[in-house]
Design a protein around this ligand. Structure first.
Ligand code: ASP
Length: 318
């Protein structure tokens, strides 16, 4: 798909995507001795901030086609900025037990200590592993195996940028061998239809002193909204009337901006608390972080889900 793992210096300074899948594989030492048949296929060559939902629909179709064609597992190389969104998208739209492993690199191939080849090697080993079957989409970086529903990029530049806050990785790759202790994927499968690209789900982060005006305007142009609330799912009291009004028109999912942990349900009782907002019809995001909650809401809306079905889907993440 592109990303730093496939980037080389461009004409105007800085690195840009250029290498294709075959070139990435050719740069990985040790694959020949594994006895695996590996095929390479290019789909996009993009920096991951520019990947859109239309690209993800095409990716899900390509992954399903490889599996239907007999692939035991699929590795997707991708930019790290949005890898977590692509991973949850694939988790929700590619059914069946075949491992789908997304990987990338924090350092470009031309940098000292480039991590792409090691990440790709580990990802291929995980994609071929029996124990990875049934775990859903995975992100493999720095010899750690993360579940799509937990993983996030937690650092702008560290080689150890990927974390699963509150849960930890599902396993490790040790001396090239996957050691997995993951829990099975969430039992939910949604269509990756072109409708996804035609919908708009806003992600609004709440901040101190927020009067709700940004949310109000977003509510006018969005089909659904994820509210990244303060703490365990809170907003300032002044914002509550706007939240209630918008939630009366489009689904509003309540997540947390903290980066770890679940939105609460029944602890706080003040205006703008999680109890107040859930009573006003917001949907509880569980432990899904705001970016992942947005992907799930988008897929549900594209599938024609009503509020009841949306609420039930998010209950898988409680
Ligand atoms: N900006 C890059 C991207 O997401 C970062 C990376 O791949 O690590 O495409």
């Amino acid at each position: 798909m592109g990303g730093t793992i496939a980037m080389v210096p461009g004409g105007r300074g800085g690195v840009v995507p250029a290498l294709d899948a075959g070139e990435l594989i050719a740069a990985v030492p040790g694959l020949a001795g594994l006895g695996l048949e590996i095929t390479a296929r290019g789909l996009r060559s993009l920096p991951s901030p520019s990947i859109g939902f239309g690209d993800l629909v095409a990716l899900a179709d390509a992954v399903k086609a490889e599996i239907a064609g007999g692939a035991r597992g699929v590795v997707v190389t991708h930019g790290t900025d949005t890898i977590e969104e692509t991973a949850i998208f694939l988790d929700l739209t590619v059914p069946g037990p075949a491992p789908v492993v997304v990987t990338g690199a924090m350092r470009a191939p031309t940098s000292a200590g480039a991590d792409g080849p090691a990440n790709l090697y580990a990802a291929i080993r995980v994609a071929a592993a029996e124990e990875a079957r049934g775990l859903g989409a995975l992100v493999v970086m720095s010899d750690e195996v993360h579940g799509a529903r937990f993983v996030r990029k937690g650092h702008t530049s560290s080689m150890a940028a990927f974390v699963s806050p509150g849960f930890g990785p599902l396993g490790l790759v040790v001396e090239g061998e996957p050691r997995l202790r993951g829990t099975p994927r969430v039992p939910m499968s949604l269509a990756a239809s072109d409708k996804v690209a035609g919908l708009r789900v806003g992600l609004i982060t709440v901040a101190l002193g927020d009067d709700g005006e940004i949310l109000r305007r977003a509510g006018e142009v969005c089909d659904g909204i994820v509210l990244a609330g303060l703490g365990a799912g809170h907003v300032p009291a002044d914002m509550v009337p706007v939240v209630a009004e918008v939630a009366g028109r489009v689904p509003v999912v309540l997540a947390s901006r903290t980066g770890s942990g679940s939105v609460l349900r029944q602890t706080y009782g003040y205006p703008g608390s999680e109890r107040d907002l859930l009573d006003r019809g917001l949907v509880h995001a569980g432990f899904l972080d705001p970016a992942k909650a947005r992907v799930l809401l988008l897929l549900l809306l594209a599938d024609g889900a009503d509020k009841e079905r949306i609420t039930a889907a998010f209950e898988h993440y409680r």
